[in-house]
Design a protein around this ligand. Structure first.
Ligand SMILES: C[S@@+](CC[C@H](N)C(=O)[O-])C[C@H]1O[C@@H](n2cnc3c(N)ncnc32)[C@H](O)[C@@H]1O
Length: 239
């Protein structure tokens, strides 16, 4: 089926609208202006997705085919829930037979077929709770986690990179053989040790930037495909 174009104006709202509220800070006005004129925001509203982020996952999947045939998916940093909406659809998850577990420390509206944990992923109890919630071995672990911004660029960057790293270690502990891991990272931000670890455990490791990820943003996604199955950790005493 042909995908609808995103350039059109099918919400009835014109693109190129200006925000004129003079009481607003200039940066907030610019954000709002960009948001309401963003064709992906409009398309998300039309297609019933909770966030424009949906298209990042859909575009990555279109190119790299990571969701087809997935039976169980864990979604890290899930709020407001557009990736979970996609995950529930591809796994055929229902409230009677849950196949998607989602975690976020923000409150998230319920979604059919998704077990939502309102919890910090860095909480030591999170991994076990996620596995229990998803009801079996996951095929795919997706993480769009971004640390809340402090305004200090370097701190924000390091915190999100830390989340990516913890998510990667979680993925290699829980994924079934042949499974995939996708996580938000930053251009040039992925540590060599993390890449090496993923390359040991997955057949293919690539960085991807889907078209819906804003060009001016340093956001990238790290995709590790084809989990080789659990392996003994290398014996560092022999190094
Ligand atoms: C870009 S948003 C995710 C959007 C989501 N993929 C969607 O499609 O709706 C990033 C989310 O990561 C969450 N997050 C950041 N750090 C987290 C943590 N330590 N534990 C759980 N969630 C976290 C934030 O609360 C935020 O909701």
């Amino acid at each position: 089926m042909a995908k609808p174009t995103i350039a059109g104006n099918r919400t009835g709202r014109k693109l190129g609208q200006r925000v004129k509220n003079k009481k607003m800070k200039a940066s907030s006005r610019q954000w709002l202006q960009r948001h309401i004129n963003d064709p992906y925001v409009q398309r998300a509203q039309l297609e019933g997705y909770r966030a424009r982020a949906a298209f990042k996952l859909l575009e990555i999947d279109e190119k790299h085919n990571i969701l087809k045939g997935a039976r169980r998916i864990i979604d890290l940093g899930a709020a407001p829930g557009s990736w979970s909406q996609i995950a529930a659809k591809v796994t055929g998850s229902t409230d009677e037979d849950i196949r998607v577990a989602a975690i976020d420390f923000l409150e998230m509206d319920q979604l059919p077929g998704v077990k939502i944990l309102q919890l910090d992923f860095l909480d030591p109890s999170a991994p076990a709770q996620l596995i229990e919630a998803v009801g079996g071995t996951p095929d795919v672990v997706i993480s769009d986690m971004a640390a809340p911004t402090t305004g200090h660029h370097r701190t924000d960057h390091l915190r999100t990179m830390h989340l990516c790293e913890v998510a990667a270690h979680f993925a290699v502990q829980v994924l079934g053989e042949g499974g995939h891991f996708l996580a938000k990272t930053f251009q040039g931000g992925t540590e060599r040790d993390l890449l090496n670890m993923l390359k040991r455990h997955f057949k293919q490791v690539v960085h991807v930037k889907p078209p819906s990820s804003r060009a001016e943003s340093v956001e990238m996604f790290l995709l590790a495909k084809g989990f080789k199955g659990r392996q003994p950790e290398p014996d560092i005493s022999e190094a």
